[in-house]
Design a protein around this ligand. Structure first.
Ligand code: ADP
Length: 580
């Protein structure tokens, strides 16, 4: 997570650095491009200023040339009065705006003047020398503390040779007056590099020592920072509030007047334009960068949410598979337990059967013994009847014998079925027949114990779904329990009924006049018995086995205390008629 953050912060920083670099490149390119028109405009400004100066000075040059041949001057040179010549000069200077004019003889005497002053202070000997040689001299000079430009024109005599010189002095400040303060900063330097004419008065008399150093009139040196940008010289200076701090430096030599023009063009506009272009480029980059960043952030958030979801899903899947495995384990454990239970139940049933077999063996041996004795006496009697020639009576005896043998066969069959493990499939069985057969089995005991049996078979036979032998076992168990319960009772009455409930069921009830059931809710529990422990008949399995058997026929076995006392057991079975 932290690594991701670091990478993202790094990427953002990289992007910002790239945008900054791009901004710088755009700024630089824009600046260089903007300098071009700026410098062109500056060049024309400088040319204009130079033209204006040259044109203005030309006027005075022409004035000097024309005035040199003035008749008043000629008369004065020829020895005429000075006043007329002075007047002519004064009038001409007044008209042309010239600062002063002097007429000199070849030997340097002042023949006429427009006013006071020393022309040799103002015009250099070189300038005057050129006029004496017949050419036009021109140069800078000072009239007191006034900057002047002087022209020296030759005055020719009648023989065509130079006979004098006319010095015309022009006040440069008067020329500057029109364009002082105008834009851009322009100045003109003399061949020595001294600033003599300018539209920024604070620059006057500064000297350009080198291209990077200016010397103030009082001798102080000021260093400039000079740079080249796209072929333009850029100067940085701090000279005055009216001179641009950073400017394109332009220069132009003017051979006509012997001066060099210079211009300083403020680069602020170019910088502003470049800044605007750079700002626009940066803003666009930042805008698209922000869009890109937001989109990636969105995608990243989605991917994170997805990943979290997947993790949660896989965790849930893992938990579910674990639960599944646990469930499967539990199911197999339960199945194993069920198998064990079934085995235990089967064992129990078998044990119950064996126990019942034990119970029954005593009664059964008695039951078998009785018909056997009867068969024996019927057989002996039958033989006697035959001897006496009474075959009908013998036949009657044989029929009885056959009946007895049939009954014995049934008893034996019951015994075998009792001991057999597997159950015959349920079929249709007559319920009354089973009750009769069971009563047959316990007839001896009933008689011995003086129990009155209240049993009437229903008028129409009722057929149910069940196993004959197993149903017999159940009925035998119920009757035996009833007889056991009534052992201590004074009144011993056994009531057996078969009815239909009208809902497709046949009901067999066995009711006794015993003391009733002690704990009705426990009687179907295996090994629940109130009878003496170890007694042949008390294992507590009879009812639980009977319950299971009836259930296997799809029926129900209930036991309860009857209202008038004693217990009543009800076997509910499916009526075969209804089932059909
Ligand atoms: P056992 O007869 O071996 O005790 P059973 O499962 O047949 O086992 O009966 C369980 C118990 O139910 C008996 O011990 C007895 O307490 C009670 N019982 C069964 N039939 C009756 C009845 N007719 N009257 C009173 N109690 C009964």
């Amino acid at each position: 997570m932290r690594r991701h953050l670091d990478i993202r912060a790094g990427l953002v920083a990289l992007f910002l650095a790239a945008v900054a670099a791009l901004g710088a490149v755009v700024w630089r390119t824009g600046y260089v491009q903007a300098l071009q028109p700026l410098s062109q405009a500056g060049e024309s400004d400088l040319a204009l200023a130079a033209d204006r100066l040259v044109t203005q000075l030309s006027r005075y040059r022409e004035f000097a040339v024309l005035m040199a041949d003035h008749p008043a001057l000629e008369a004065r040179r020829a020895g005429g009065p000075r006043a007329a010549a002075d007047n002519a000069l004064l009038e001409a200077t007044d008209r042309t705006g010239t600062a002063a004019a002097f007429f000199l003889s070849l030997d340097g005497r002042i023949l006429a003047a427009s006013g006071p002053g020393d022309p040799f202070d103002m015009a250099s000997t070189e300038v005057i020398g050129r006029a004496r040689q017949g050419a036009l001299g021109a140069g800078l000079g000072m009239m007191g503390d006034i900057r002047v430009f002087t022209f020296a024109a030759p005055h020719f005599g009648a023989d065509g040779t130079v006979a004098g010189t006319l010095i015309v002095v022009v006040d440069l400040a008067a020329l500057e007056r029109d364009w002082r303060g105008s834009l851009p900063t322009v100045y003109f330097t003399d061949p020595g590099g001294r600033i003599f004419v300018t539209n920024r008065s604070e620059l006057l008399f500064w000297r350009e020592a080198t291209s990077a150093t200016l010397i103030a009139p009082e001798g102080r040196r000021v260093a400039l920072s000079v740079d080249r940008v796209g072929g333009h010289e850029i100067r940085q200076q701090d000279l005055s509030p009216y001179i641009p701090a950073e400017a394109v430096y332009l220069t132009d030599h003017l051979p006509v007047i012997g001066l060099t023009g210079h211009a300083l063009i403020d680069v602020t506009a170019a910088k502003r334009l470049a800044s605007l272009q750079a700002a626009a480029a940066v803003a666009i980059c930042l805008f698209f960068g922000a869009l890109l960043f937001l989109a990636t952030e969105r995608r990243r958030t989605l991917a994170l949410a997805n990943q979290r979801l997947e993790e949660r899903v896989s965790a849930r899947t893992r938990a579910l598979s674990e639960t599944n495995a646990a469930l499967r384990r539990e199911v197999s454990e339960r199945q194993e337990a069920e198998r064990q239970l079934t085995r235990a139940q089967a064992d129990l049933v078998q044990a119950g059967k064996l126990s019942a077999l034990g119970q029954m063996s005593a009664g059964i041996s008695h039951e078998l013994n009785q018909p056997l004795m009867a068969i024996r006496s019927y057989a002996e009697n039958g033989t006697a009847f035959l001897d006496r020639g009474r075959p009908d009576a013998a036949a009657g005896n044989f029929a009885r014998i056959s009946q007895m043998a049939g009954r014995m066969g049934r008893i034996i069959q019951n015994l075998r079925a009792f001991a057999r493990q597997e159950a015959a499939p349920a079929t249709e069985v007559g319920l009354a027949g089973i009750v009769d057969a069971t009563l047959d089995l316990v007839e001896t005991r009933i008689r011995a114990e003086g129990v009155s049996v209240d049993w009437t078979a229903p008028a129409t036979p009722i057929i149910v779904i069940g196993g004959e032998v197993r149903l017999g076992q159940v009925v035998l168990n119920l009757i035996t329990n009833a007889l056991d319960a009534m052992a201590e009772s004074v009144e011993r009455r056994l009531r057996i009924r078969i009815t239909e409930d009208g809902m497709g069921h046949a009901l067999l009830t066995v009711q006794d006049s015993g003391p009733g059931i002690e704990e009705p809710e426990r009687i179907f529990d295996p090994f629940y018995s109130t009878k003496a422990v170890g007694a042949a008949e008390g294992m507590g399995l009879g009812l639980s086995i009977s319950y299971g058997m009836i259930q296997s026929f799809g029926g129900k076995l209930r036991g309860a205390n009857a209202e008038g006392g004693g217990a009543i057991f009800t076997v509910e079975l499916t009526n075969a008629k209804a089932a059909a």
